[in-house]
Design a binder for this molecule. Structure first.
Ligand SMILES: Nc1ncnc2c1ncn2[C@@H]1O[C@H](COP(=O)(O)OP(=O)(O)OP(=O)(O)O)[C@@H](O)[C@H]1O
Length: 618
């Protein structure tokens, strides 16, 4: 056979890549030719040419040759395997040498990054219709609002200086300028007058940057500590947008809403709704501006009570997700002309518990919307996810996301489990009322209230298993000052703004540090100071104590000896500022691999149901 027609025989090894250049190249010789060559060899050796004898000898030779060939292949394979093994060992040794140079903190950070990458695969936060049709908006909504001329003429450096003055960190493209005075934001006079009469004279940092961003039609992720005035920052833009629409063409029955504010609990929705109604009434008070209509859409209330709003057309809806979806499905109103979606306590809204509801709500929008996300806590995981889902968003950050309000004096005390109830009474003497006591457990909330009532303390209680009526009574009587103490589970912690709370007592430390931040944030609001006393003992997980320790250190608070003695391999990183908090919950004392929130979220997702305390529902 001509050499060109010979095939290459490849060494049959599953270990090697068949595409590699093969060193063991053996030209193929057809069987017949090989036999003839062997026969010639035999006769040259003088072997009897008897046919059967010849075959036998030939077979022996064949076997020997095959064995030889196999041995060669085996040796070649072993040689290559040895080389690979050596290479692998070398790589391993090199990595081990590199690893040994890393600190425990750095290793923990690497593990965290790997886990974060693995849990990143969430679908973009958009409606299914948008995802299915590949609708992607690339430009923010256009609005007619412009900053005053003197602000527009400022240089970017001057804007940046102002931000630095107020410790505002921003991220994003073409960021609208900060504005230091409400008057310069072109807010209608009646609202300004109302704010002034309520001692709201100059904007807080989140307001002076957040409001211009939102007025400009930009998507925003607004992060600022508890009690810093986020509510005004996300309600005013919707009021202004509604005013513009109403002025252009007055709304009639069946029209609207212009925008929606979503809240994770009924209590928070109620409070935000009250604010919106008050500001809209102030606007319309002297008749120069039209009346804007708002609808509260939460579970536990009869929507018929608000039939007067349906009769007029709706500008603003404040809602919890469950009831809102119900109303949209029943077509009580549509989102055909809705272009503003704000989520308060947004990290909670777009975290696993409500994510599907939010997607569902988005699927009712027919046109592009402006999306606003606000919270005091916004772990990195949620920030990244949100950023992907918004259009050219602007991040406005005042202080570290998840940091405690510096106006709260945090006191952490070691109190044995059996001594807590008695010590509570003593603790209540620290300040005059009103005081809030938090416990993670509904039964414990009831027990504490019962004990306090027995001891003659005017206490109300609120938790997820109470009826809507009981919850409303607890809040209104506490807000009005008729009751001195409110005992609450987590439901009352996020976002509720009670007047002048002097003291927050955390009877049982929540597992997630974010919840602690929200709970102590019920005091020290709008520039006033307050005290938070937290009971811990050996039932408090060590990791929660570590989170607490670093939070106290960050806020420049006294760290009690039982907390300072807890060892942490990441201490050096934390001190140097290279660890900025668990990307899932923002806690400074642990990484993702042992994040209690991630564990809970996964458990919740598996059980795929929400507890009443999640508040959305009906
Ligand atoms: N510019 C301002 N000056 C003074 N007080 C203000 C200002 N803006 C808002 N407030 C008041 O501060 C209090 C807290 O505001 P708000 O409830 O909006 O805080 P928040 O940032 O939403 O807090 P949380 O994160 O706990 O929900 C309210 O009573 C509000 O009236």
């Amino acid at each position: 056979m001509e050499p060109s027609k010979r095939r290459r025989i490849r060494t049959p090894s599953p270990v090697y890549n068949l595409d590699e250049e093969d060193d063991a190249y053996v030209p193929y010789i057809p069987v017949q030719q090989r036999r003839q060559e062997k026969l010639a060899k035999l006769s040259s050796l003088g072997v009897n040419s008897d046919k059967s004898n010849t075959r036998k000898v030939q077979e022996e030779l064949d076997e020997r040759e095959d064995a030889q060939r196999e041995e060669e292949v085996r040796r070649e394979k072993a040689r290559k395997e040895r080389t690979l093994l050596l290479e692998a060992q070398e790589v391993h040794l090199k990595k081990a040498a590199e690893d040994s140079k890393k600190t425990a903190g750095e290793k923990a950070q690497e593990i965290d990054a790997e886990i974060l990458e693995a849990i990143k695969s969430r679908r973009k936060l958009a409606s299914d219709m948008e995802l299915a049709q590949g609708i992607q908006y690339t430009e923010p909504l256009k609005t007619s609002w412009r900053p005053p001329r003197y602000v527009r003429e400022r240089s970017p450096e001057q804007d940046q200086k102002l931000r630095e003055k107020y410790h505002i960190v921003v991220e994003g493209d073409d960021i609208p300028p900060p504005i230091e005075h409400f008057q310069d934001m072109k807010i209608p006079d009646p609202i300004l007058e109302y704010l002034r009469s309520n001692r709201i004279v100059s904007p807080t940092p989140i307001q002076l940057q957040g409001i211009p961003v939102a007025f400009s039609g930009r998507d925003i992720i607004g992060i600022a500590f508890t009690g810093s005035g986020k509510t005004l920052a996300f309600c005013l833009p919707l009021i202004m947008m509604s005013l513009e629409e109403e002025t252009k063409l007055p709304f009639v029955r069946g029209e609207g809403p212009v925008g929606i504010i979503l809240c994770p609990s009924r209590e928070l929705a109620n409070q935000t709704y009250d604010n919106v109604v008050t500001w809209c009434s102030a606007l319309a008070k002297d008749g120069k501006y039209p009346q804007l209509n708002s609808l509260l859409c939460i579970g536990g209330i009869s929507m018929n009570e608000q039939s007067h709003v349906f009769n007029k057309g709706i500008h603003i809806v404040v809602a919890t997700p469950g009831r809102l979806i119900d109303m949209l499905e029943k077509k009580r109103f549509t989102f055909n002309n809705c272009k503003y979606l704000c989520m308060d306590e947004a990290d909670r809204m777009i975290d696993l518990g409500f994510e599907d509801d939010v997607r569902n709500i988005m699927s009712f929008f027919k046109n592009q919307r402006q999306t606003l996300l606000f919270s005091a806590t916004m772990p990195k995981k949620i920030q990244d996810f949100a950023r992907e889902s918004l259009i050219k968003p602007v991040l406005v950050n005042v202080g570290r996301a998840g940091a405690a309000n510096l106006d709260v004096l945090q006191v952490v005390e070691y109190v044995k489990q059996e001594a807590k109830m008695v010590y509570l009474l003593e603790c209540l003497q620290k300040t005059p009322p009103p005081v809030i006591i938090f416990s993670e457990n509904k039964n414990e909330v009831d027990d504490i209230q019962e004990y306090l009532l027995l001891k003659g303390v005017e206490a109300v209680a609120i938790h997820g298993s109470k009826s809507q009526e009981e919850r409303r009574y607890a809040i209104t009587s506490f807000k009005s000052g008729a009751k001195d103490v409110m005992v609450a589970s987590g439901v009352a912690s996020k976002g509720l703004d009670f007047n002048d709370i002097q003291h927050v007592i955390i009877y049982s430390m929540p597992k997630e540090i974010e919840d602690y931040v929200h709970q102590i944030g019920r005091t020290g609001r709008s520039g006033k100071t307050g005290i938070a006393t937290t009971f811990v003992n050996m039932n408090t997980p060590e990791q929660t104590l570590l989170d607490l320790k670093y939070l106290l250190m960050e806020a420049g608070q006294k760290v009690p000896p039982f907390l300072s003695t807890i060892e942490d391999p990441r201490a050096a990183q934390i001190r140097s500022g290279s660890i900025t908090g668990c990307p899932v919950c923002g806690g400074l004392g642990h990484g993702i691999s042992n994040c209690p929130k991630l564990e809970d979220a996964q458990r919740r997702q598996m059980a795929s149901h929400r507890t009443a305390d999640d508040g959305g529902g009906y």
